[in-house]
Design a protein around this ligand. Structure first.
Ligand code: CA
Length: 219
């Protein structure tokens, strides 16, 4: 799951980036509206966290521009403007959720997980396909009620595959979900994680679609 954080307060942004990465989101950060528009156009984030008080473009205006760019993924507004009027204006402009500063990091993470669930076919915290289930709160993989440990990227990769149901995920899309901008990534990173995941999963659960990507199949 790729989050775009649009926040000009460097200290707060850094704290949010660290917390999100720890919670297995891949996160890209921009500090002004111009870069935010570019990021939405070029990297199609899954979720946006938007500060309203930006140096160049007002957050509400930016939100309207995203909608004009046909970006309709969940957007959470993060702002010091906590009056009821601002809240209403934000939600009326198409925001999906609203969190007033100062906020608890745990609350932001819980709200992002809720938005994330809205994006996926999973309506609750547990994504299940056949006997295989992935708990998006505890990050545990269960196969036939037996719990298996996953490393961070394995978890992110399996979640991306399982929540997309029977839609094939390309390697490029998966790389975007697993790695933030500027993170070092080897050319076969996704293949390596798939290889390691396959050792823990039933044979044929993750299928390779040659030249395209990967898909999970319950067979
Ligand atoms: Ca600000």
């Amino acid at each position: 799951m790729q989050v775009l954080l649009i926040e000009d307060d460097a200290q707060l942004a850094e704290a949010v980036v660290i917390a999100l990465k720890r919670d297995n989101f891949s996160v890209n950060h921009v500090s002004n509206g111009k870069h935010a528009l570019l990021a939405v156009e070029t990297s199609s984030p899954d979720i946006i966290v938007l500060d309203l008080g930006l140096p160049d473009i007002d957050g509400i205006d930016l939100l309207k521009k995203f909608r004009r760019l046909k970006f309709f993924n969940p957007t959470l507004i993060l702002t010091a403007r906590d009056s009821l009027q601002d809240k209403i204006k934000g939600l009326d402009s198409g925001a999906d959720d609203y969190l007033a500063k100062p906020f608890e990091m745990d609350e932001l993470l819980a709200r992002l997980r809720a938005l994330e669930r809205r994006l996926s076919s999973a309506s609750c915290a547990i994504i299940s396909i056949g006997d295989i289930s992935l708990d998006t709160n505890s990050h545990e993989l269960k196969i036939d009620e037996v719990t298996h440990d996953l490393c961070r990227r394995e978890y992110m990769l399996l979640k991306a595959l399982m929540e997309s149901g029977n839609k094939i995920q390309t390697r490029e899309v998966l790389e975007n979900k697993l790695y933030s901008w500027g993170e070092e990534i080897s050319s076969n990173a996704v293949e390596v994680h798939v290889h390691n995941l396959r050792k823990k999963l039933p044979q044929h659960f993750i299928q390779t679609v040659r030249g395209v990507g990967y898909v999970v199949k319950n067979s």
